[in-house]
Design a protein around this ligand. Structure first.
Ligand code: PMP
Length: 402
């Protein structure tokens, strides 16, 4: 009996080792990096100060005093946990207040909270589509959208990136009796470019489809009020599900679907990641409430303006040194470096220089399109960014990338 177990245990161990070896051999091995202290423009790693250029804390709210105070006060008043899922005993005053604030912010009838963007996308998509339905998904959509589509059991049709004409042809060809759901990122996470929402709204109306926009990277950042990609493009209706997250520009954690009252009801009854998971805790809800308020205040507008300026400054410094950057104009600045080994070497050499940026490899991006994904923050100093660009340029020359 003992021998039997040992054999099985041994065999499993070897195959895991082999799998890890294969990941290493392909240059795709991942590990975490420990940040000491707070998430701010400069961080400390292994006792060394680094300029942080790969965080989604775009407005620098993750350590804002108003969010910290809100989280501390909520903990004192309501405790640390919600203790259950929303449909059991885990709906507290702050959940309802935050949902009302999201609906006001996004100009929708209602909103439903999710525990993360990943949970939102998998839950929403598998609730809205199933066997017999078709999901039309931009080829560069976030992994959580793809996972939601796979989980749903619906047919997944991936259309060429931002190509609404190709999508129109696919919609025409694939007409069926089931539901059609078009899903797109608002701002694409790895490229920083923006979806053609106006055209997508037209297509969804013409084909009787539903349209869902994942605005994880646009919310808080784009538009006069920071309402996101739709606001920036002047679109006030036609998006059925506006999904957004609190863990990026809003400096907190969690996610939401801003929707009609009817869709909220459906998601509440059908989205399994909503139904079967302990709801967000009071501290996080209170921080998100403070963030929504802040984003719409003059301070929020000022931070957005700072972020725009810093993004332009960084992009221009990189371009004038000879780096080729795609057209996007958001806070996400991808430098496509090609192969995984060059990309990881670039990232390691920059760490030695005091600049922290992660290399992005498959499956996050297609093979051969590895990149350094620089992300800007409103709280970056202009001189610091100029200094970082110089370091990046020097390392790029050493590596022969420019
Ligand atoms: N959607 C997009 C476009 C994202 O970039 C991310 C996070 N990287 C998510 C969803 C998932 O959000 P969260 O981190 O809150 O799970």
């Amino acid at each position: 009996m003992h021998l039997h177990w040992l054999t099985i245990g041994g065999a499993v161990e070897i195959s895991i080792q082999q799998e890890l070896e294969q990941i290493r051999e392909r240059g795709l091995y991942r590990k975490t990096h420990l940040i000491q202290g707070r998430q701010s423009a400069w961080v400390e790693m292994d006792g060394k100060k680094l300029l942080l250029l790969c965080s989604n804390n775009y407005l620098g709210l993750a350590d804002h005093p108003a969010l910290i105070e809100a989280a501390v006060n909520a903990t004192t008043q309501f405790g640390v946990s919600s203790g259950a899922s929303r449909l059991v005993s885990g709906t507290m005053e702050l959940h309802e207040r935050l949902e009302a604030a999201v609906a006001r912010f996004k100009h929708t009838e209602a909103a439903l909270l999710f525990n993360s963007g990943y949970a939102a996308n998998t839950g929403i998509i598998s609730a809205l589509a199933g066997r017999g339905d078709i999901i039309f998904s931009d080829r560069l959509n976030h992994a959580s959208i793809i996972d939601g589509a796979l989980l749903s059991g619906a047919r997944l049709v991936r259309y060429p990136h931002n190509d609404h004409n190709a999508l129109a042809r696919l919609l025409e060809k694939q007409r069926g009796s089931g539901r059609a759901l078009i899903v797109t990122d608002g701002v694409f996470s790895m490229d920083g470019d923006i979806a053609p929402l106006r055209e997508l709204v037209g297509l969804k109306a013409a084909h009787g489809a539903l349209l869902m926009v994942d605005d994880a990277h646009g919310s808080g950042v784009l538009g006069e009020q920071g309402r996101g990609t739709a606001e920036m493009l002047g679109i006030t209706e036609g998006v059925d599900v506006l999904m957004g997250t609190f863990g990026k520009a809003l400096g907190s954690y969690g996610a939401y679907a801003a929707v009609s009252q009817e869709l909220r009801e459906l998601l509440l009854n059908r989205a399994r990641s909503f139904i079967f998971s302990t709801s967000l805790p009071p501290s996080v809800l209170a921080a998100s409430l403070a963030a929504i308020e802040l984003v719409q205040s003059p301070e929020g507008a000022n931070r957005r303006e700072q972020l725009r300026r810093k993004s332009d400054l960084f992009r221009n410094s990189m371009r004038s040194a000879g780096f080729t950057l795609p057209d996007g104009a958001t806070q996400i600045v991808p430098l496509v470096t090609g192969q995984a080994d060059t990309t990881m070497r670039f990232s390691e050499m920059l760490l030695d220089e005091g600049v922290y940026v992660q290399g992005i490899r498959p499956p996050t991006v297609p093979a051969g399109a590895c990149r350094l994904r620089f992300t800007l923050m409103a709280t970056h100093g202009s001189d610091d960014l100029i200094w970082a660009a110089e370091r990046i340029i020097a390392v790029g020359r050493r590596l022969g990338v420019i």
